[in-house]
Design a protein around this ligand. Structure first.
Ligand SMILES: Nc1ncnc2c1ncn2[C@@H]1O[C@H](COP(=O)(O)OP(=O)(O)OP(=O)(O)O)[C@@H](O)[C@H]1O
Ligand SMILES: [Mn+2]
Ligand SMILES: [Mn+2]
Length: 696
């Protein structure tokens, strides 16, 4: 592979120059084998391997020693984006999947286009590697993730000023693209990257085209041009569909006015914080489309023929009416009625001036210009916080201490000492691994109590996966073992588990009420929750209690045995139960979701806006252990989203038999396979593992 000389895109090839090209010389990776003594050997860095892409400023072939790919940040249908370093600098490396020669042509087209762009509102290409066998784009790294994640994962609530800055800078970037004759064709929050100061940078030029080439591109070509629909990934398809202009949905020609439409949908999402078409407070019209079983076709029909749009931002809460009507103009059904970005920029600047004046903030004249608003933006307050100095972990801990005040010293947990002689006694060893993964915040917690209350035959483990904040998970990881222990002196194992879940839920919601009354919680609409799974091993009996979508499996004779059921609204039994208890369950975007909060899980601790339908009562399984039982795996849904039960068993089979290492290996594998969530894994071996097995 290394030294054959045929010109094939899949092989290494090096050009030799005696004169230095304008870019600083770098010695190619395999220079030792090729370097003649009197010649400087150098890759022509500013031209791609084919010679079709050139840039004065951007190196297009790199020595492999100059960069290294660190962890993956995102995996799309067409590429994987990595955090990477390039000459010591933090960058984002986009590695496209290139399987056909068409893909290669597309890579070169995208590279040519990127080389011609230079605008602060666009994701900046800093280098590329366009030499077989490696094809990579290197972009400046934007630290605050994309606007979609910022709004919906982090639940960021921007101020009106922040929204205006983002809208205006984005409009300027699109104005620039359109001036160059380029239509972006994929404007959506997931493609708007935010830097540290929350300035937007439009990214993902995978679908961008010169207007002159667009004449005959219909949606069919758009789909086959790869991208979300290529693999017909339902989630991605709908995710993109909702930003697509009616003319595109009708398979007409894409123009720059289609970008204006997508801009309007995105800006409205920024201003409302609501994913288009998912808000249950929508007016009647939207309801008909959002009924349980609406399909892609129905949504398409409603957008194109009935003029359905997302719920428009309301001119309350400081949103100027002129901004509301600008959004409306930009999503007009008729493309020719939509303003151009020249007009949009002008209008946004006027709105910005008015807002600055009325808010009596720094005066407009003091600002350098609206194209460089760092100064202005720095004056904007931090992200509003929901709570102040509340440590939910210590709240839970305190509670657990209070419970165990009772003097129980001469009682035994679940009377373990009185059991009749055993058929089988498992030998336990446990380990865990927890990672934030691609999320910015960690909302999973867990506990390991290999010898609960110093009882050598009592083992308890638990995982909590928080949502709408980490509060419930942090609280429960301490409170639940406290309750469980207390109940262990009086109740049967299953009763104790059920009761511990219920008491934890009540205690957490009480704390929440207490703190809202004392004004330590600043946001009245804050309803944090968590799913929970807890396992109790008492000699040869194994009890698993589950509420939500964490999961526990047992490996028995080499095969997975599920010990818990996922409580999600897509499960018909659970859906029926929730509906019966008076809570709305609707199909929203990609799946069934509960209530206004659009929660996917149907059982949890916390979530007091959804009680009692979203119950904290767990389902319990009881299993008798035998020598066939090898190990247990408990994990949050971040693992199960991307790995099947069988996958998990086979990964453990070829991992060193050390529970901590197995847990880490599983979490790492899940992250590599694109899990977007926090991942927590607990592995418990149930048999002694021989030294040899531990090593191999
Ligand atoms: N320069 C960057 N800095 C930080 N994160 C980035 C950067 N570029 C991309 N990302 C992350 O990777 C994600 C995917 O990037 P991009 O849209 O370019 O890839 P894609 O494969 O075309 O994705 P899609 O599946 O949406 O088409 C972005 O939404 C963002 O979260
Ligand atoms: Mn993208
Ligand atoms: Mn993309």
């Amino acid at each position: 592979m290394k030294k054959r000389k045929t010109k094939n895109e899949n092989e290494n090839s090096i050009s030799i120059f005696t004169n230095l090209p304008p870019f600083s010389p770098s010695i190619p990776e395999n220079s030792e084998t090729l370097k003649p003594s009197s010649m400087v050997v150098i890759i022509h860095p500013n031209t791609c391997y084919r010679g079709c892409c050139t840039s004065d400023a951007i190196p297009l072939q790199l020595p492999s020693s100059s960069y290294s790919l660190l962890s993956p940040i995102a995996k799309g249908s067409e590429s994987t984006v990595f955090e990477a370093t390039l000459d010591g600098r933090r960058v984002a490396a986009k590695k496209p999947v290139l399987s056909t020669s068409d893909d290669l042509d597309k890579f070169h087209r995208e590279l040519q286009l990127l080389c011609s762009l230079d605008h602060r509102g666009l994701a900046r290409l800093v280098a590329a590697h366009a030499r077989p066998p490696n094809y990579l784009f290197f972009f400046e790294f934007y630290e605050s993730r994309n606007l979609s994640e910022k709004l919906h994962l982090e639940e960021w609530t921007p101020s009106i000023q922040q929204s205006l800055v983002i809208s205006l800078e984005l409009a300027n970037a699109l104005k620039y693209l359109h001036k160059l004759g380029i239509v972006h064709r994929d404007v959506k929050p997931a493609n708007i990257l935010l830097d540290r100061n929350l300035h937007p940078h439009l990214a993902d030029f995978g679908l961008s085209m010169y207007k002159k080439d667009l004449k005959h591109i219909s949606v069919e070509n758009w789909k086959s041009a790869g991208k979300p629909t290529g693999g017909f990934h339902k989630k991605n398809m709908v995710g993109t569909l909702i930003y697509m202009a009616p003319e595109i949905l009708r398979k007409d020609i894409h123009t720059e006015k289609s970008d204006v439409y997508s801009f309007a949908i995105s800006i409205n999402e920024l201003l409302t914080g609501v994913v288009p078409y998912t808000d249950l407070r929508a007016e009647a019209q939207a309801h008909t489309v959002l009924e349980m079983s609406y399909t892609e076709q129905q949504l398409t029909a409603a957008i194109t023929s009935q003029g359905l749009r997302p719920v428009l931002v309301q001119p309350e809460a400081g949103v100027p009416p002129s901004l509301v009507s600008l959004v409306q103009k930009c999503w007009a059904p008729n493309p020719s009625e939509r303003p151009s970005f020249d007009t949009i920029v002008e209008e946004l600047e006027t709105i910005m001036k008015d807002v600055v004046k009325t808010e009596n903030m720094e005066t407009y004249d003091a600002l350098p210009s609206f194209n460089s608003l760092d100064h202005y933006q720095n004056g904007i307050k931090d992200i509003p916080r929901f709570e102040e100095n509340l440590n939910w972990m210590s709240q839970g801990e305190q509670l657990a201490k209070n419970i165990s005040n009772i003097e129980n010293s001469n009682l035994r947990l679940w009377s373990t000492s009185q059991c009749e002689p055993l058929h089988y006694q498992p030998t336990l060893s446990c380990g865990s691994f927890a990672t934030c993964g691609r999320r910015e915040t960690m909302e999973d917690t867990h506990f390991l109590l290999p010898q609960m209350c110093n009882e050598k035959d009592v083992h308890a483990f638990g995982i909590f996966d928080g949502h709408r904040g980490a509060a419930a998970a942090e609280f429960s990881a301490h409170a639940l073992p406290g309750f469980l222990q207390d109940l262990g002196y009086t109740s049967s194992p299953s009763e104790a588990l059920t009761e511990a879940f219920i008491r934890t839920d009540i205690a957490f919601r009480n704390e929440l009420v207490l703190h809202s009354n004392s004004k330590r919680i600043l946001h009245k609409d804050w309803h944090p929750g968590c799913t929970a799974v807890a396992t109790l091993v008492l000699r040869d009996k194994l009890y698993v209690a589950n509420a939500g979508d964490c999961r526990t499996i047992l490996c028995r004779s080499g095969h997975p045995v599920p010990l818990s059921k996922d409580h999600v609204a897509s499960c018909p039994d659970e859906r029926a139960r929730v509906i019966k208890q008076g809570m709305d369950v609707r199909w929203q975007m990609d799946t069934w979701r509960v209530g206004q909060a659009a929660l996917q899980v149907t059982r949890s601790i916390g979530d007091d806006d959804l009680k009692p339908a979203v119950t904290a009562e767990p389902e319990i399984t009881e299993t008798s252990l035998s020598p066939d039982d090898e190990f247990l795996v408990m994990a949050s849904d971040g693992l199960w989203d991307v790995l099947s039960n069988e996958n998990v068993i086979s990964i453990i089979k070829d991992t060193v038999k050390e529970p901590g290492m197995c847990s880490k290996r599983l979490a790492t594998e899940a992250a590599e396979r694109g899990s977007k969530d926090n991942i927590t894994v607990i592995v418990v071996f149930l048999r002694p593992v021989s030294t040899a097995e531990r090593i191999y």
